[in-house]
Ligand binder design. Structure first.
Ligand SMILES: Nc1ncnc2c1ncn2[C@@H]1O[C@H](COP(=O)(O)OP(=O)(O)OP(=O)(O)O)[C@@H](O)[C@H]1O
Ligand SMILES: [Mg+2]
Length: 320
């Protein structure tokens, strides 16, 4: 069974596509079969990171019914075991697909034969991005050491969780109304956690309230801090983690810290994945992140990391 890992950020330009490609290359070099999917519809550019010309059909063609299955779209890359499904570079206008079209993609992904399927998502917190994130428990959230990026990452997680809870109830139900009002009225820092929402729901639907608790518990994103330049930048993952825990009641794990490296933009201009030609700290960080992904148990949790109060220091102690 494949593992499907969406890569999101909230803020744009933080390195989602760069990391998606290079994590894919790293996993493939570890012997895994990987499919990269460009789901940044309206801004598809993953092919350029891979040095692939924009001539093959992709998700845009699929959404416009020019091909029958995602499998038909898979093309090889220059890296052994690494495959690619292009976005909508050839057939644009698919950035606002209907919900059922998104569900069609999401339902078909698990049938693709691979160890890992990495989904490169667009920037922002809109439903057209969030909907590709919430069906999978192992989503990554990439951010950079800037307050705006951390806040945007938090906003993304909040949108994802609220959408996930909202969609868990039937259309036009009273429960959906309660969820919508809760997120509309709730002020950050008011101290009203999602536990309060579960309480409100339990009055009309005890099993619905239980399923909200389960949704919150099952939501377990992995954070990557990219483009770090100083020791203090490493601690920012814990800031995101603490506001998410305090305001949303969710746990997350700090998967890794990736340094800013001057050679990255050269590798992108040269259309060749960075870690193919470099064995520096950046490449080693990616190997560490991939090893952590590999070590994860069901539901995206790393067993040995569970219950540890200080994920940050634990992560950095781990040998890369
Ligand atoms: N670790 C890094 N060191 C140096 N530069 C980096 C690093 N990671 C990413 N970059 C730079 O950041 C730029 C943006 O990266 P990328 O396109 O992957 O971001 P993105 O989050 O996918 O953006 P978008 O939201 O527009 O899709 C790249 O041009 C790259 O040069
Ligand atoms: Mg991108």
């Amino acid at each position: 069974m494949n593992r499907i890992i969406p890569v999101a950020s909230g803020k744009g330009g933080v390195g989602k596509s760069f990391l998606t490609v290079n994590l894919g290359v790293t996993l493939a070099r570890m012997g895994k079969t990987v499919i990269l999917v460009d789901l940044d519809l309206g801004g598809s550019n993953l092919h350029t990171f891979l040095g692939i010309r924009n001539t093959s059909s992709g998700i845009g063609n699929y959404l416009n019914k020019q091909c029958g299955s995602l499998e038909e779209l898979i093309i090889p890359t220059d890296v052994d075991r690494l495959y690619f499904i292009p976005g909508d570079g050839l057939f644009t206008g698919a950035a606002q697909p209907h919900y059922f079209q998104k569900m069609k993609i999401i339902k078909e992904l698990p049938s693709l034969v691979a160890d890992y399927i990495l989904l490169d998502l667009g920037a922002g917190t809109g439903n057209n991005i969030v909907d590709y994130y919430i069906p999978f428990s192992e989503g990554l959230i990439v951010t950079v050491p800037e307050t705006t990026a951390i806040l945007n990452a938090y906003s993304f997680l909040k949108s994802a969780l609220s959408r996930s809870i909202f969609r868990s109830f039937p259309p036009h139900s009273e429960e959906r109304e309660i969820v919508r009002n809760f997120f509309k009225e709730r002020l950050e820092g008011s101290g009203e956690s999602l536990e309060a929402l579960a309480g409100k729901l339990s009055a009309i639907n005890p099993s619905g309230s239980q399923s909200v608790r389960e949704l919150i518990e099952g939501f377990y994103p992995g954070v990557i801090i990219n483009m770090g330049r100083s020791a203090t930048d490493r601690t920012l993952g814990s800031r995101l983690r603490s506001i998410s825990r305090k305001n949303l009641g969710i746990e997350m794990q700090y998967l890794g810290y990736v340094e800013w490296m001057p050679g990255v933009s050269r590798s992108i201009t040269g259309r060749r994945p960075y870690c193919l030609d470099n064995s520096d700290n950046l490449t080693k960080s990616l190997e560490g992140i991939c090893r952590r992904l590999e070590n994860m148990g069901p539901g995206g949790r790393i067993p040995s990391f569970e219950g540890d109060g200080d994920l940050d220091s634990l992560n950095w102690k781990e040998t890369l």
